[in-house]
Design a protein around this ligand. Structure first.
Ligand SMILES: *Cc1c(COP(=O)(O)O)cnc(C)c1O
Length: 487
């Protein structure tokens, strides 16, 4: 049976259900599978013509023991998760006219218009399924740089066994993203706007870790998280790499390159693990904005926490690529002790310079770039003007990296991941196109609809957030317990 362990090496192996419901491992590490399943060429051949949903079933089955989830249950959860996506292909590929063999992978056709829907659709439904089976309720907390929050809120809304607390840095996300959380009618979703966070979403992630560390509070409120620490998201995100590869290659002798707009390294970690499982990816391109955290890691071997810059690609204004630790675990030959030493050192000092041997191991097969704000805006403009295709700022960061590293990438087919719909970032689009009137591609009916709805949210300042959040969560939990008893 495939079991899960902590990448810090400090917990006994657990089954899949426990890894998913716990979120964090008890030693503060991230859950990883004890070994990575391998995919043979014959398997890839069999999967060649599968739909996204059928392929998801095959890939996820490699990670999930049937004693946790039967075939029929897994099929049903996947089907329910992707039913709200608006394109039948789930993840369409758009070939660019201006660049040969370059496909924009549109990961943003879920209900909240970002790539976060891809992972959370499955994970939230899975968590609710496990809870319903045990007849237990949980409080989920997530922090968001703008997209995790809406996706979590949407998929939790109205779910029988979940309360969802969604924390966001008030000034650092767009109004469109905010309304995706605040305009939901269902009473089990609690958007929590926090003003004046010095380090943005990372501050709120730190708060969540702290609440998790409070064993009494955690037990009392049955806390869990579906943030990118949760293995379920990384696992689900491996699927689109397999899908994209099988869609674009003519034969399985081909390798491809993939460019990924990155912040927390969740999406890239999934791509890297897919490659470790045997998917023929030549180069993974870590595309950063000015918050060049991954670029420093891959170009210089340096992980270092620096001041946050606000950029047009705000969903990747992230300084701590938490999922890098998950990938590094596999690249050190599953050395949990070493990962623990590094993670603790990074928590204490905010910086690590990796030794040459480690650097050589983890950086093989990676390139990186950091796009300036000007490059990002200019690229949105030029692709729209030359071929009428509108990229969101994150997709643009991804394509800037491709253009700048073309020589090193070579001539393989390339997937350029576009992770959000431009309708979430109207101000950036106006600025990029130097035009006040938005083109149709920058509009979406769900965004327009939300403008006509009322909003419901908690608001507080960063300096009181811990107390305010604890109080709000406690009173809500008490209230819902009482009400459930009365019913
Ligand atoms: C979250 C997000 C990313 C970054 O994904 P990571 O897994 O954190 O690297 C990129 N683009 C958008 C639009 C996002 O919401």
């Amino acid at each position: 049976m495939l079991q899960y362990i902590s990448n810090k090496g400090g917990v006994e192996p657990v089954d899949f259900e426990t890894a998913i419901l716990d979120g964090f491992a008890a030693d503060g590490g991230l859950y990883v599978p004890q070994s990575l399943p391998q995919v043979s060429r014959a398997q890839l051949q069999q999967w060649k013509n599968l739909s996204y949903v059928d392929l998801a079933f095959e890939v996820l089955s490699l990670f999930i023991d049937r004693s946790c989830l039967s075939k029929a249950e897994l099929k049903q959860i996947i089907a329910d998760a992707y039913a709200p996506f608006e394109k039948q292909e789930i993840i369409p590929l758009h070939p660019l006219k201006s660049r040969p063999d370059t496909f924009i992978m549109e990961l943003f056709h879920g209900p909240t218009l970002s790539f976060k829907d891809v992972g959370l659709a499955f994970l939230v439904n899975l968590v609710n399924f496990f809870l319903a089976r045990k007849d237990q309720r949980l409080s989920l907390i997530v922090a968001t740089t703008g997209d995790t929050g809406p996706a979590t809120a949407y998929y939790c809304a109205g779910k029988s066994h979940l309360e969802a607390w969604v924390l966001y840095p008030k000034e650092l996300i767009t109004r469109e993203q905010e309304r995706q959380m605040t305009c939901l009618a269902q009473p089990n979703v609690h958007p929590f706007a926090v003003s004046n966070c010095p380090q943005g979403g990372d501050d709120l992630d730190a708060l969540i870790s702290k609440l998790y560390g409070d064993k009494e509070f955690k037990a009392q409120l049955k806390l869990s998280s579906v943030n990118s620490i949760n293995w379920g998201r990384v696992m689900m995100q491996t699927v689109h790499y397999f899908y994209g590869y099988l869609q674009v290659v003519d034969t399985l002798d081909e390798k491809i390159n993939v460019s990924v707009p990155s912040g927390g390294f969740g999406n890239l970690c999934a791509g890297a693990l897919a490659r470790e499982m045997g998917l023929p990816i030549k180069t993974l391109l870590a595309a950063n904005n000015n918050n060049a955290c991954l670029d420093r890691i891959f170009s210089r071997g340096l992980l270092s926490k620096q001041a946050l810059h606000s950029t047009p690609s705000s969903a990747i204004d992230i300084l701590i690529p938490i999922n890098f630790w998950r990938y590094l675990f596999f690249k050190t030959g599953s050395d949990g002790q070493l990962i623990k030493t590094w993670m603790d050192q990074f928590d204490a000092t905010g910086a690590i310079e990796f030794d040459a041997h480690t650097y050589a191991k983890y950086s093989a097969g990676f390139l990186s770039n950091s796009a300036t704000d000007e490059q990002t805006l200019a690229l949105i403009n030029s692709v729209y003007t030359t071929e009428g295709y509108l990229l969101d700022p994150h997709g643009a960061v991804s394509l800037v990296a491709v253009d700048r590293l073309k020589e090193q990438l070579g001539s393989e087919k390339l997937l350029c991941l576009a992770t959000a719909h431009p309708a979430k970032f109207p101000e950036v689009i106006r600025q990029a196109l130097a035009h006040d009137v938005l083109p149709d591609q920058a509009l979406h009916h769900s965004i327009e609809k939300a403008k006509r709805l009322s909003e419901k949210l908690y608001v507080c300042e960063y300096n009181v957030v811990e107390y305010a959040l604890r109080q709000a969560m406690l009173s809500n939990w008490q209230f819902t317990q009482d009400r459930n008893r009365l019913n």
